[in-house]
Design a binder for this molecule. Structure first.
Ligand SMILES: O=C(O)CCC(=O)C(=O)O
Length: 259
């Protein structure tokens, strides 16, 4: 798919599937890095985790540049030439705004609530939530699967518009039938780029194994006052361990950048 096809597909549906965004030969080392991170989340060494509703299980990691979580290979995969090419086809010049990681819970099975991320980004500001959803796409979120992953469900075409009455009813409780929902089936190494403001949810199961890069890019030099600025915290030591390409993806380097 070339840049124009990516742009058109994204504009129409709010998402695009990207095969082989991680090459098969790179999967083993990334899975190894992922396993080390999952172990540190489950053991409590890395405390910035997503918890199940009962809080006795973990299923995601944030703050990925801290010594307790930093796995440079995972960050480099989020900053690869193909990721940036697809992202820029949709957004133009952009930089990493959210960096996180999702994995299978150990014991608990549940369906996450249907939502648009605007609900979590601006929980106290319903009017701004609507503005953020209706604004022309300004952020692209990725899930890149290191193992086959069917956890994500989306409602294609629910971006850049407000909820229908039926959608609103399901969003109100978070659960139940969502019209037009589609299961996103990612093969190992495949990615989906989507707007986090489309209606979506995750379904969490102890089995099969899940190790999925979950991150977002935001348009660089965003001037729309409706748009909140998001940026990961990157300590100097982590920055020094990253390639020029990864630093550029973070919007923090100007020299020695390839691709
Ligand atoms: O598990 C997933 O892929 C979806 C995660 C999600 O819904 C979110 O981060 O807002």
């Amino acid at each position: 798919m070339n840049a124009q096809q990516i742009r058109e597909e994204f504009r129409a549906g709010g998402f695009v599937l990207v095969p082989d965004v991680v090459r098969g030969e790179d999967l083993p080392s990334l899975r190894e890095a992922a396993a080390a991170l999952i172990e540190r989340c489950r053991s409590g060494i890395h405390p910035w985790v997503r918890h199940s509703a009962g809080r006795d299980d973990t299923w995601g990691a944030g703050k990925m540049f801290l010594p307790t979580s930093f796995e440079p290979a995972l960050i480099e995969a989020m900053a690869s030439a193909r990721v940036r090419e697809v992202t820029e086809a949709v957004l133009g010049a952009s930089r990493l705004s959210v960096v996180s990681f999702l994995f299978h819970p150990e014991r608990t099975t549940w369906d996450g609530p249907w939502h648009r991320d605007s609900q979590y980004l601006l929980p106290q500001e319903p009017d701004r939530q609507r503005d953020v959803v209706l604004a022309p796409t300004w952020t692209v979120q990725w899930n890149i699967a290191l193992y086959e992953d069917t956890a994500l469900e989306i409602v294609p075409g629910s971006h850049e518009r407000w909820n229908t009455r039926e959608e609103q009813e399901t969003l109100h409780t978070g659960h139940g039938r969502m019209p037009g929902a589609l299961e996103v089936r990612l093969r190992a190494g495949e990615g989906v780029a989507y707007t986090p403001f489309m209606i979506h949810r995750g379904r969490y199961r102890p089995d099969p194994p899940r190790a999925t890069l979950h991150f977002a890019y935001q348009r660089r030099e965003e001037t729309d006052p409706r748009v909140p600025i998001q940026r990961p915290d990157v300590p100097e030591e982590a920055l020094a361990a990253l390639s020029p390409n990864a630093r550029a993806a973070l919007g923090l380097a100007t020299e020695g950048v390839k691709g």
